[in-house]
Design a protein around this ligand. Structure first.
Ligand code: NAD
Length: 372
């Protein structure tokens, strides 16, 4: 009985795996303690889905968010309410741009893995208030990097964006394309994150992986994004402004696919001393623990086709107001996911029809809309 208790304790506390050798099951210790995840931006769209998923499978999560009012803070509270009281979850309301507070955070919780999703998001707002992006995306990211360095975090995964491709014309976008021409400060801040992470991987051996997300959508999505705004306007029978006369093409990526990709990247690095999965932490040439992946659907869709999908899901027609391209907007986005597929065997798979239908079902339920 005592032995069984010790085994159960070891199983839950260490990286143990049962491996079958010629019909003999052998318990293997891969080294390192159980992962403790720090997820920043945990009350945000992507951060809340990731936190929910990690808790669901039994991981311990410390979530951080400053609950800023860039968009409706009630939505942030509602996302958080889904797991705030989970026994494996601790929520900290703080601003990562505060250096001392971020140092204290790492001192107190000593995470083994960090997923940095906190940021000032949104391309258009970056034209209005560029300094918000410097604070939350550059200064705060530097504080997170420092915490990771001081505590020798096993792996830092952070959000980059398709925006870094700027005015690239070559499609699909590949990670090795030149991205030295950001069209807005948001894109510049994300490119800066990739560069800063590179220097920390190079100097301190900190394993970092940047994920360039492509137009993520789905339940609990951001109200400042087109799909959300269009849904609201169609239900209210109002005109929807469609920029660039509807000629934009976007690689819309469903939230569950993004979370699945994130989990593949995180799990690919969970066993640090066991070496089996360590190759995922090193750059393609094997020299640096620095990696970068596109995480997009690899299925670009015309904005007008996306609106048709929405009309179908809502059972209503949109009133479209065609407008010229907005400054700072990219023309098209299209992700190559070859590297993600090669290294993790994962490719996003949700069709736009299904994803939009799921989003609309959530929207109607969450906002208690009487329509359709
Ligand atoms: N959603 C997309 O389509 C998309 C596309 C490309 C990249 N990204 C990136 O993915 C990440 C997550 O995006 P999202 O859509 O979930 O955005 P989001 O705005 O819903 O989530 C970000 C969260 O970070 C918090 N935050 C901002 N600044 C902070 C700070 N200084 N300290 C603590 N918390 C702070 C916000 O309150 C918010 O809840 C961001 O880095 C974003 O730039 C998102």
């Amino acid at each position: 009985m005592k032995l069984l208790t010790i085994l159960i304790f070891m199983w839950s506390s260490f990286n143990l795996e049962m491996v079958n050798f010629n019909n003999f099951y052998v318990l293997i210790f891969f080294g390192g303690f159980m992962a403790k995840f720090l997820v920043t931006g945990a009350a945000g769209f992507i951060g809340s889905h990731l936190t929910f998923r990690l808790l669901e499978r039994g991981d311990e999560v410390i979530g951080v968010d400053n609950h800023n009012s860039y968009y409706d803070t009630n939505l942030k509270e509602a996302r958080l309410a889904r797991y705030q009281n989970h026994p494996n979850y601790i929520h900290i309301r703080m601003d990562l741009a505060n250096r001392k507070a971020t140092e204290d955070l790492f001192d107190k919780y000593v995470p083994t893995h960090v997923v940095n999703l906190a940021a000032q998001a949104g391309v258009r707002y970056s034209i209005e208030d560029p300094l918000a992006y410097i604070d939350s995306n550059i200064v705060a990211f530097a504080h997170v990097l420092e915490g990771c360095r001081r505590y020798k975090v096993n792996h830092l995964v952070y959000a980059s964006s398709s925006s870094v491709y700027g005015s690239n014309q070559e499609m699909p976008f590949k990670e090795n394309h030149n991205v030295d021409h950001p069209l807005n400060v948001y894109a510049a801040s994300k490119k800066s994150n990739e560069l800063m992470a590179h220097s920390y991987s190079h100097l301190y051996g900190l394993p970092t992986t940047g994920l360039r997300f492509f137009t993520v959508y789905g339940p609990w999505g951001r109200p400042d994004m087109a799909l959300h705004k269009f849904t609201k306007a169609i239900i209210a029978n109002e005109k929807i402004p469609v920029f660039n006369y509807g000629n934009h093409i976007r690689d819309f990526t469903y939230i569950d696919d993004v979370i699945e990709g994130l989990i593949h990247v995180l799990d690919g690095s969970l066993v640090i001393n066991g070496s089996r999965k360590n190759k995922h932490l090193y750059s393609q040439d094997g020299t640096l623990p620095w990696r970068l992946y596109n995480l997009g659907s690899n299925n670009p869709i015309k904005l007008l086709d996306c609106i048709s999908c929405l009309e179908k899901a809502l059972g209503r027609s949109a009133k479209i107001e065609f407008l010229p391209q907005q400054p700072g907007d990219m023309h098209d986005t299209y992700a190559s996911v070859d590297n993600l597929v090669n290294d993790f065997g994962y490719k996003p798979k949700t069709s736009l029809d299904k994803g939009v239908a799921n989003f609309v079902a959530w929207y109607i339920d969450y906002y208690k809309v009487n329509c359709c």
